[in-house]
Design a protein around this ligand. Structure first.
Ligand code: 13P
Length: 264
């Protein structure tokens, strides 16, 4: 049995390789204004942005100067802490930039950078060593969906990623079916619920029931203001990892404000 816990919804914008540091500052400002104009209640939903590495310092400075309550995250980190690893970014650097989160195991890293489940598990350990919350992404391709069903592959990926993670660690898990990323195709709310519940069961098995009760499990894949509410009605979906729609301030603000149109 998974313990009942109140989980603050998390709406996270993964900008991927979009926006330079000047465009990043403009987007964060516009998003802040949009939420202030709408009198969005801070604290009811956590907002996090994941800009490219080169934007992080500028965004961090803006969040700090204007007291904007968005959490900051990076899109990847090195398995190593420091040394002769040209081009790599240490979790220590991200922590110094006041990053709270780091995305690990996004399907684009698995596919285009050959990241294996073992590399992803090492990155989870690196994040935890540096006091960062890993946002662990899992999901199946269309072929895997047809061959094994929706839950088997993400469950297997999460089991490896959680190897050696202590029960008291703070983590976030994101279910992103690969076939739904950037395609306009979406998992139905029921499909998302089933897989998110299966992932929560993995957290209970690998960590413990308490961890399963408090850990946020997100859905990602073509999330928009028009469909977010249907996912958020599901008991095991605690938020969204948003790609394309996080690059448009009004659209992302409308996703953050899903409670206004959730209709429950
Ligand atoms: P889209 O929202 O553009 O489908 O991207 C989802 C995603 O990959 C977020 O990490």
């Amino acid at each position: 049995m998974v313990a009942v816990a109140t989980r603050t919804p998390l709406i996270a914008g993964n900008w991927k390789m979009n926006l330079d540091h000047l465009q990043a500052v403009a987007l964060v400002q516009k998003l802040d204004w949009a939420l202030r104009d709408a009198k969005h209640e801070k604290g009811s939903v956590e907002v996090a942005v994941f800009p490219p590495f080169t934007d992080l310092r500028s965004v961090q400075t803006l969040l700090d100067a204007d007291r904007i309550a968005f959490a900051l995250g990076a899109q990847d980190l090195s398995t190593h802490d420091s040394g002769a690893y040209t081009g790599e970014i240490s979790g220590a650097f991200l922590k110094k930039l006041a990053c709270t989160y780091v995305i690990i195991g996004h399907s684009e890293r698995r596919e285009y950078h050959d990241e294996t489940d073992e590399v992803i598990a090492a990155k989870v350990q690196a994040a935890l060593r540096h006091g960062l919350v890993p946002v662990i992404c899992v999901g199946e391709t269309l072929e895997q969906l047809e061959e094994f069903g929706a839950a088997a592959v993400p469950v297997g990926q999460l089991q490896v990623a959680l190897e050696g993670v202590p029960a008291d660690a703070e983590i976030v898990v994101a279910y992103e079916p690969v076939w739904a990323i950037g395609t306009g195709k979406v998992a139905t709310p029921e499909q998302a619920q089933d897989v998110c519940a299966a992932l929560r069961a993995v957290i209970a098995e690998k960590l413990d029931a308490d961890a399963a009760g408090r850990t946020r499990v997100l859905y990602g894949g073509s999330v928009k203001s028009g469909n977010i509410a249907t996912y958020m009605r599901e008991p095991d979906v605690d938020g969204a990892l948003v790609g394309g729609a996080s690059l448009v301030s009004d659209e992302f603000a409308a996703i953050v404000r899903f409670q206004k149109h959730v209709g429950v």
